[in-house]
Structure formats: structure tokens, C-alpha cells
Design a protein around this ligand. Structure first.
Ligand code: SF4
Length: 215
């Protein structure tokens, strides 16, 4: 990762300071501290590139979920298809940088083996040697089945019997999942990002009460 330009937006020369404070006062000085220099301008509008037709291009801001750091990203989407991932220069945390793993997010997205719909286990027999016989089902069917089951367990008066497993999510999704299990009435939320990751979170929770990543 290049460190060139790192922290640039927080640098202010003596001359700039005098100029800013002398001409327009302390308000402008404060603004100059937080405004990034040389911002990369993302094209936001559709553009015509040739006579074949209109190519719609846009950049969508997101965050990388290839590790718990969750760096801020911007995704170039052409005709509805993501074609490039780069760091979001507006991020005050990652400052427009992402690691090589962040760039290969497209390979994860277009992996032919990626699971893209809910899967239902159809073999009631469980065990290491038993094929679960996973079958694709629609989102509507999955949501109905899960919500009915959740309702039954809650109505039985034992919501703690529900265990929720969750993978690596965005911070807002994690917050949502945490609130959901809390409202539902079960303390049994287990994240499966990775084992060492869970230890890190629990360690921090025990140390300062924050159940989150140190990063
Ligand atoms: S860009 Fe790299 S460091 Fe940042 S979240 Fe993705 S994998 Fe992690």
C-alpha cells in the first residue's frame, strides 16, 4: 500500500494558516483542516462512449467485506455490472487505499461457486457422513419458513432456544442483527467471521465493554 499523500489533508503550512486566519478567520481555517486536497472526482452521470448505444456508468460507495477492517470502497458499475473496485478517497479511515485482497472482490462476486440464493437442507439425517442435500429455494419461501419457525419458538416462551449465527457483515447490518436478537429475546448470537476474530472481540468486550473489532 502506498503511503504517498497519507495524512496530507491534515497538513497545514504556517503560510496557509496565516492566510486563512488573516483573510477569513478561524472558520475557514477549520474547514481547510478537514477538506481533502486533490479529490478524485468520480463520474456520476451516464455517458455515451460510441455509436453502439449508451453506456451507463456510475460509482457506488460501499465497504470491503474481505476482512474485518471493512475499508471504504467505490465500485465502478457499467451497465449494471461491477467492473472495478477501488478505495474511497473520502474515507477518513482508509484514505482511498485498499489492499490487494480488496481489489479481488470482483473475483469473489463473480465466483461461479458463489451461493446466490437461500439453500435449504432437505436431508433430515444429520452427521459428518450425511449429504445435507441442499436445495435452492426462493427468498420468499426462505423468509416465510424462517419467520414462521421464529414465531413458533417465541410463542412457546423459550426464545433463548434460538441461536443466531452470523458471518462478517457491514457495521450497520451487525447493529441490526444485534438489535433483532435482543428484541427477540435470545442472548445466543454467534458470529462466525473467524475464530481468532471472535476472540479479539470477546477480549475487547471484557477489557472495555465494546464488543467490536479493535480496528
Ligand atoms: S481492502 Fe483489504 S484490509 Fe481493507 S477490508 Fe478489504 S481485505 Fe481488509
Amino acid at each position: 500500500m502506498s503511503s504517498e499523500g497519507k495524512g496530507e489533508r491534515f497538513k497545514l503550512s504556517r503560510r496557509s494558516f496565516l492566510k486563512a486566519s488573516g483573510v477569513t478567520g478561524i472558520t475557514v481555517f477549520a474547514t481547510s483542516l478537514i477538506k481533502p486536497k486533490n479529490l478524485f472526482k468520480f463520474p456520476q452521470k451516464a455517458k455515451t462512449v460510441d455509436n453502439e448505444g449508451v453506456i451507463t456508468e456510475k460509482w457506488i460507495n460501499s465497504s470491503c467485506l474481505n476482512c474485518p477492517a471493512r475499508c471504504a470502497t467505490s465500485i465502478r458499475v457499467v451497465n449494471g455490472k461491477a467492473v472495478r473496485i477501488k478505495g474511497n478517497p473520502f474515507s477518513k479511515v482508509s484514505e482511498g487505499e485498499i489492499c490487494p485482497r480488496g481489489h479481488i472482490g470482483l473475483q469473489v462476486l463473480y465466483d461461479p461457486a458463489r451461493i446466490t440464493s437461500p439453500m435449504k437442507r432437505t436431508n433430515p439425517e444429520k452427521g459428518r457422513e450425511s449429504d445435507p442435500h441442499w436445495e435452492k429455494i426462493s427468498w420468499e419461501e426462505a423468509l416465510n419458513e424462517v419467520s414462521n419457525k421464529l414465531q413458533d419458538i417465541r410463542n412457546s416462551g423459550n426464545p433463548e432456544q434460538t441461536v443466531v449465527f452470523s458471518g462478517l457483515n457491514s457495521r450497520s447490518d451487525e447493529d441490526l442483527i444485534g438489535r433483532f436478537v435482543s428484541a427477540y429475546g435470545t442472548p445466543n448470537l454467534i458470529t462466525g467471521d473467524s475464530l481468532e476474530d471472535e476472540s479479539e472481540r470477546v477480549g475487547r468486550w471484557l477489557a472495555d465493554g465494546n464488543y467490536s473489532h479493535i480496528a
